[in-house]
Design a protein around this ligand. Structure first.
Ligand code: 5AD
Ligand code: SF4
Ligand code: FES
Length: 350
């Protein structure tokens, strides 16, 4: 299958060969892949991506419409107890203006992301969805945990997709890092979204304190069990105003390995080259696109608010305009011989 299979890599090659054919591995086999140096794994993920998703890259226009959050996730700069950030909330008209910039530029998906900001009750979210859906675009929500009834209302009025990372499937670790939150409820939210017919996205953070390779393998098995339609993998980037300020910074390679493994085991799903990857490694999104990813989510939040959506430090593009990012990412994608898709980019295109 691969000319670089030799004695040294024999067992790794066998595992990858099986994974590419069957898209199924045991936990121990996944652990072997994550312990490897990544070279063969990235090539295998890139082959799988090309076979199942061709050379198309789907662009999603991301609008970070509120940085207000009721939660206190230990790693996140938007956590409620961080009093050092300036909070903002865009108005409905401001959000619609951002969405129109993306739509006029040909974007076919708008991603509405915020902290868990309860000012945005279901009526307000529904009104927003209804207005954006007057144009021919898909809508992805990324607004955290809500009730089944609310998720149903959003779906009924036109939302297509939902992103809710599980963050970690290690229950104890989840508990330690998410005060006053329930792991069981988060898992239930994901099953509710699936049941309601959303294209459902989840994912995890890589590099959490005390997170093991075995636990990352469990995360991958969970994505498969849920049959997630999208999986976003982010390297943890320690934020100075959070309890995890002293955590390990060097999480790029492991995040890339987790992402590549997900591609091989879930060959037809959508996988973003995450902003966090580029924030800690030059050209990180291009490296990700060459290691299994097929989606990029350029930021359409207007400049004055961007820097305030500081989930982690040194986030890219905080001083750039939507127009600059649009052009920048287009050039980058074309420079590696990939094509920008003009479809809505569902997992299974009809
Ligand atoms: N580093 C990297 N990613 C982070 N997120 C939150 N805080 C950090 C951080 N310090 C991610 C979480 C969340 C997503 C919106 O941002 O995984 O789901
Ligand atoms: Fe809020 Fe999401 Fe940050 Fe947690 S990760 S504090 S839910 S914005
Ligand atoms: Fe924002 Fe490159 S994507 S400047």
């Amino acid at each position: 299958m691969n000319e670089s299979c030799n004695d040294k890599h024999f067992s790794l090659c066998n595992i990858l060969q099986k994974a590419e054919q069957e898209h199924k591995l045991s936990k121990n086999e996944i652990v072997e892949l994550l312990k490897s140096d990544g070279g063969l794994l990235y090539k295998s993920a890139d082959r799988t991506r090309k076979q199942y998703k061709d050379d198309f890259v789907h662009l999603r226009g991301l609008i970070e419409f509120s940085n207000i959050c009721r939660c206190n996730c230990f790693y996140c700069g938007l956590r409620a107890e961080n009093s050092l950030i300036d909070r903002y909330r865009l108005t409905e008209n401001e959000i619609l203006d951002c969405a129109n910039i993306a739509i006029d530029a040909g974007y076919k998906t708008i991603v509405l992301q915020s902290g868990e900001d309860m000012f945005w009750d279901s009526n307000k979210i529904c009104s927003l969805i209804k207005k954006i859906k007057q144009k021919d675009v898909a809508i992805t929500l990324s607004i955290g945990e809500r009730s089944y009834e609310e998720y149903k209302k959003f779906k009924d009025i036109g939302a297509d997709r939902f992103l809710l990372r599980i963050e970690t499937t290690d229950k104890n670790l989840y508990k330690q890092l998410h005060p006053n939150m329930s792991f069981e409820n988060r898992v239930q939210c994901l099953w509710n979204l699936k049941k309601l017919g959303y294209e459902t996205g989840t994912g995890c953070l890589v590099g959490l304190p005390n997170q093991t390779i075995e636990s990352l393998a469990n995360d991958i098995l969970f994505f498969k069990e849920l049959d997630a339609d999208m999986v976003g993998i982010g390297p943890l980037i320690p934020h100075p105003n959070t309890p995890l300020k002293d955590a390990n910074k060097d999480n790029f390679d492991m995040a890339l390995k987790v992402m590549a493994t997900v591609r091989i085991l879930m060959p037809d799903i959508n996988i973003p080259a995450t902003t966090a990857m580029e924030s800690i490694r030059e050209n990180g999104r291009i490296i990700a696109l060459n290691s299994g990813a097929n989606v990029v989510m350029p930021n359409f939040t207007e400049s004055e608010y961007r820097k305030k959506y500081e989930i982690y430090p040194n986030k890219i593009c905080i001083n750039d305009s939507p127009k600059k990012c649009m052009n920048c990412i287009k050039l980058k994608i074309e420079s590696i011989g990939r094509k920008i898709s003009e479809t809505k980019g569902y997992r299974k295109e009809s």
